[in-house]
Design a protein around this ligand. Structure first.
Ligand SMILES: [Fe+2]
Length: 188
């Protein structure tokens, strides 16, 4: 499956399973971030982007059972014939399973995807509600503010330096840049 076709299939599958607009936006944000990280590390942009795009595919059907989240998605992706490395990265990304991310793709998805949620939340409390006005320093301050966007797991994001060899500040710059590029789709 060549890159563009693979992405189309991922998006079609995602739209078939996810109806919540915020979750679709989250998926696009993580896709953009994963592609940017792949570029940074000279990895496969299509595969990394795809993993980001489909990682929460089963969120709506597992919302009352977090223990099944990501396992169901991995089953669906496997059945649909998506690349094995993407299936595995998606499966591992839910930390409740206690599976250890090993490949760079697995580590990147595991550690970084939640920062997109922190960034989106930080944009929405700006007077302009525009991502162009959000500064990386503000994101880092929000990271430290535990009560802000409580659902965002800081401990996982803080694995980034040991997993990927970049600081959280650098990750923030990359994520902010990637999300700014698709700000219209994200409505930010
Ligand atoms: Fe996610």
């Amino acid at each position: 499956m060549p890159g563009e076709l693979l992405r189309d299939r991922g998006l079609t599958l995602l739209r078939a399973h996810v109806k919540n607009q915020n979750l679709l936006k989250h998926s696009l944000a993580v896709e953009a971030l994963m592609k940017a990280l792949a570029r940074k590390f000279s990895e496969n942009e299509e595969l990394w982007g795809l993993a980001g795009l489909v990682h929460d595919l089963d969120w709506e059907e597992t919302q009352n059972d977090f223990e099944r989240h990501s396992l169901v998605a991995a089953e669906i992706l496997e059945k649909e014939g998506f690349p094995a490395e993407v299936v595995k990265a998606v499966k591992i990304h839910n930390y409740v399973h206690g599976l250890t991310p090993e490949t760079p793709l697995e580590k990147a998805l595991y550690a970084t995807e939640e920062i997109t949620g922190l960034i989106a939340a930080a944009v929405l409390v700006l007077p302009s509600r525009k991502i162009v006005d959000l500064k990386p320093e503000s994101v880092l301050n929000r990271m430290k503010e535990k009560a802000f966007a409580r659902g965002v797991n800081r401990d996982i994001i803080n694995l980034t330096p040991s997993f990927l060899g970049i600081s959280v500040a650098e990750l923030t710059e990359i994520a902010l840049g990637a999300m700014r590029e698709i700000h219209e789709e994200l409505g930010l």
